[in-house]
Design a protein around this ligand. Sequence first.
Ligand code: C2E
Ligand code: CA
Ligand code: CA
Length: 496
Amino acid sequence: MTGPPALAFVPALCLSTYWFGGEGALLICAIAIPIAYLCLGGFYGTTNQLLLAREGVTGLLQTNAFNDLATQVLQKTSEFGWKSAVFLFEIEDFAELQDRFGKSAADQVQTEISERLIAALRDKDSVGKIDDVTFGVCLDPVRHLDLELCIQMAARLQRVSEEPISIDGTVIYASVSVGFCQHTRSPAPSGEGWLAAAATALKEATRHGPSGIRAFTDRMVTPTADFAALIDEVASALENGQIMPWFQPQISTETGQISGFEALARWSHPTRGTLLPSDFLPALEQADLLERLADVMMFHAFSAVQSWDDAGLHVPQIGVNFAGSELSNPLLIKKICWELDRFDLTPARLAIEVLETVVASAPDDMITRNINALGELGCRIDLDDFGTGHASITSIRRFGVNRIKIDRSFVIKADRDPEQQRMISAILTMAERLGVETLAEGVETVGEHVILAQLGCDHVQGYGIAHPMPADQTVDWIKSHNAKLRDVPRIMSGKA
Ligand code: C2E
Ligand code: CA
Ligand code: CA
C-alpha cells in the first residue's frame, strides 16, 4: 500500500518508535518514512492525479488539466507499451434543451451526465470537462485494449449517459454522440493532437447522429480544414450533378398510404462518399448558391413526381425545403409556375417547406408576399421544425399554413414518456382548431408510430418508415410498400 491510505499508519508508527526507542529513534523514523514512501513510488500518483486542476467537488478535470493528463498518459503508454484511448461525449441539441427546459435544468443535465460517466468508470480513469456540452474520458493505461473493446465501452458509456434524467417531475431525454481515438492512432505524439483526433471523430459522430459513435481513422479529414476550397468544390458539384435530392416518404397514419415524399439534398462526393446537408449547406450559403440549389432540387423533385405518375404510382405531393434567402427572391413565383408548367403538374403537387423560425421572425415583405402568393397559387405550405421557433397562432393563419411538421424533439420516445405525449396532444389540439394538418418528423420506432397514430397525428415521416433514398430506388420502395399495405393490419388512428 503506497497510496495516501498508507499515511493512516504514520501516527501509530511514530508513537510506538518513541515509546520503545526514545527521541533518537523518533528522529530516524521521521527521516526514514518520507524516503521509504518516495522509493515505493507513493508520490507518483500525487503528481499525476492530485495536482491537476479539478472542478469543485465533482472530480471533473478542467480542460487544460485534461490536456496535460492526456499527454502524461500518452508518455506512460509509450514507456510501458500499454494501451489507452480518449473518448469525447457531446450532449446534442443542448441549446434547444436549454430553450425548452431552462438553463438550470440544462445545467443539471450536464452535471448528471458527468457524474454518471465518473460512476461508470474505474477510479484511475479520468473525466474532464471540455466545454459546456462536451466531456472527455481518458483511460488509465491497460495491457489490452483493441478497437472492439473501445466501441463496446463507448456504447456502454453512451447508454449510461442517455438514461432518462428526471428533474422536478419532468423527464429529459438527452442524446449523446461519442467520438474516440485509440492512443496508437493519435496523429501527433501530444495530448493536444490526440484530443484533436478524438474531436474530429466526434464531429463525424454528431453529423451522423443522433447518438452516433465514431472512431478516429486516418481517412477522416477535418471538414472545415479548407473552407475556401470547399466553396469552390461545392459550386462545381452543384453544376455537374453531384448534388441531387434523395427522397424520404411520408405516410398517412389513418390509411398507411403514401401521402408524399420530402426531397433532401445529398452530395455524392467522388472520394468522401455521400455527404449530408450539414456538410455543404454552409459552403453553398457562403457562395450565395442556395437559390441555385433550390432550382436543382425542384427540377429533380418534379422529374421524380413525373416518373411516379408515369409508373401509375400515386404520390400526392413532394416537399421541397426553401431557406429564408430563397423565399425573398422576387422572381420565385414566376420560376415555380414555369417549372410546374414544364412538368405539367398542378401546384398542389408541390409542398413548400418553410422553417418555423423564418415565419416566426417577422419576415420581410417579400417573404410574406411570396408565401402568400404560393398559397394562393395552390401550393401546399408545410411549417417545418414546428415547436422550435415560437411561431404565433396568428402567423400560422397569416401564412396560410396547410400542415405543421412537428419537430423530432417532441417525437423521441413519445411512446414511453407521458410528458412528450402531453406536448404532442397540445400541438395536435391547436392544429385541429386551426384546421391545419399535422406530420410528425423523425419517427424511428413502431412504438412512436403507434402512439402518434393513436393521438391523432395525420402523417408520419422518419427512419422507422424509411431512410431518405436516391430517386432510382423510390419506385421499388413505393411498390413494395403498397404490396405490404395489402397484407399488414392497419395501425388505427385515434381520430373519430
Ligand atoms: P429537415 O427539413 O428538418 O429534414 C429532416 C432531417 O431529418 C433530414 O436530415 C432527414 O434525413 C432527417 N431524418 C429523417 N428521419 C429521421 C429519423 O427518423 N431520425 C433522425 N434522427 N433524423 C431523421 P438531412 O437530410 O440531414 O437534412 C438536414 C436539414 O438540411 C433539413 O432538415 C433541411 O433543413 C436542410 N435541407 C436539406 N435539403 C435541403 C435543401 O434542398 N434546401 C435547403 N435550403 N435546406 C435543405
Ligand atoms: Ca424539411
Ligand atoms: Ca424538419
